[in-house]
Structures are given as C-alpha cells and as structure tokens.
Design a protein around this ligand. Structure first.
Ligand SMILES: *Cc1c(COP(=O)(O)O)cnc(C)c1O
Length: 235
C-alpha cells in the first residue's frame, strides 16, 4: 500500500496533462478517489498524501468507513445506486450523491438531510448509452427532473454524472452538450452552481477531461485492482 501516494501523484499528473492539452485549468478538475472495497488504512494513506474527496458505492460499507474516519476532514461522495430505504442514512452521512436518477430519491434526501448540515450536493446520473441498464435517468426526462430538484430546500443540484459503456468517449462530449442545453432552456439554473460534470474513470479520465469533466472518479489507478469477492458480498 506504500504505492498509493505514488499512484495518486501519477493520477494528478494525468489530470494536469489532460487539462493542459485541452486548454483547461487543472484546478477545475476535482479528483475523486474511489475507495470502494478498499480498507480504511488505504483511505488514510491517500489522505496523508493530500487526497480529500472519496467516492464509495455501497452504503453500508461506506457508513462503516465514514464513522471510523469521522476525525478526518474528508468529503464523502456516494457514486453507487441508491435505494429509497437507504436515503436517510445517506442524507445524514454524505456530502455528495452522484447517482440520483428519480425525483423520489431527491425528495427523500432533501426531507431527511440532517438539520445543521450544509445542503447535500446532488448530481443526476444520466443513462446516455445503456439500454440494458436501468440506472440513470433518460435524457428525455432530464429537464423536468432538474426543474423539480431545483425546488427542493436541503439539496443543491450540482450537475450530471455518467458511466458510459467502455470506449464510448463520445458520451463525454454529449453530456457536456446536455448541460449547456439545460442551462439554455432553464433560465433559473445557475451555471456557477450547476457546474459539475462527473465523468471519467481510471481508463478514460483523460478523454473525459478533454471533453470538459470537472470531477473524475478514479479507483484502480490509485488503489490497485479491487477484490471482486468483496464487491459481490456488498451487493
Ligand atoms: C468503481 C467506480 C469507479 C472507479 O472505477 P476505476 O475503473 O476503478 O477507476 C468510478 N465510478 C463509478 C460509478 C464506479 O462504480
């Protein structure tokens, strides 16, 4: 695990190179370290190397880690699917949820957000290219979902998220265009607040940054290969 800080530096270098090549400021790209299935010690090591934003997929696993690491100033992002029976514990423990795909989930997160905590940051997951998968809202439903979420009191709509099929780099450009269209059709949507494109993982973060990603979600390139058995146990 001594490799984590080196891997982190490598990934941050990739962010700088991809941003510079695209004529973008590297500071406009946030690195989210995806720590699902990884032990608390790995998260601490990344923290000691300067990492602050961490992404988790499985609510139960995440809550255990968040509780154990409550003494550290970490920012926690839920990036995995969220069922409505888990919204209360998510609203009480996370800073961001990237995987909102229907109004009911956003309504529950807003209603259940702990009083005294900052509003919960939300991204809508968009199903851009995967007809098989049920996760993510359809592009055609996006405008009404955005408008409805904007009216909720204890959440802030920060942007859009995608998990495109492997190799579909065009999806990154499409999502950036969809964001622009929403800003054009919904005047009350504030571009400085609706500023997030959560896209790009270990294999394709460079292409995602080239297309305008503001948050890359990187697991394997920082922490190494995951043990699939742990992922299966979590499901
Ligand atoms: C696991 C996961 C990642 C990280 O994937 P890597 O290929 O390990 O970088 C990013 N986003 C989501 C939604 C994930 O589930």
């Amino acid at each position: 695990m001594q490799d984590i800080s080196h891997h982190l530096q490598d990934v941050l270098r990739r962010v700088v190179i991809a941003s510079t090549e695209a004529g973008r400021d590297p500071r406009d790209v946030q690195l989210l370290a995806v720590s699902k299935t990884m032990p608390v010690a790995a998260i601490v090591e990344a923290y000691q190397a300067g990492q602050r934003h961490f992404g988790e997929n499985y609510v139960q696993e995440a809550i255990a880690k968040i509780t154990e690491l409550a003494h550290l100033p970490l920012i926690w992002h839920l990036i995995g699917p969220l069922q409505s029976n888990k919204t209360a514990v998510v609203a009480a423990n996370f800073d961001w949820v990237h995987s909102v795909d229907r109004l009911k989930i956003a309504q529950r997160l807003s209603a259940q957000r702990t009083i005294g905590l900052a509003p919960l940051n939300l991204c809508i997951q968009v199903n851009i290219d995967d007809e098989q998968s049920k996760s993510g809202c359809q592009v055609s439903e996006l405008e009404s979902l955005v408008t409805a979420i904007m009216a909720l009191p204890n959440v802030v709509l920060r942007g859009l998220m995608i998990i495109p099929q492997t190799g579909n780099h065009f999806a990154f450009t499409q999502l950036a265009e969809i964001r622009q269209q929403l800003l054009a059709t919904i005047p009350a949507l504030d571009a400085t607040q609706f500023d997030t494109l959560s896209m790009g993982m270990s294999a394709d973060m460079d292409a995602a940054i080239g297309a305008g990603s503001t948050m890359v979600r990187v697991g394997t390139a920082i922490f190494g290969q995951r043990n699939n058995n742990v992922e299966i146990l979590n499901k």
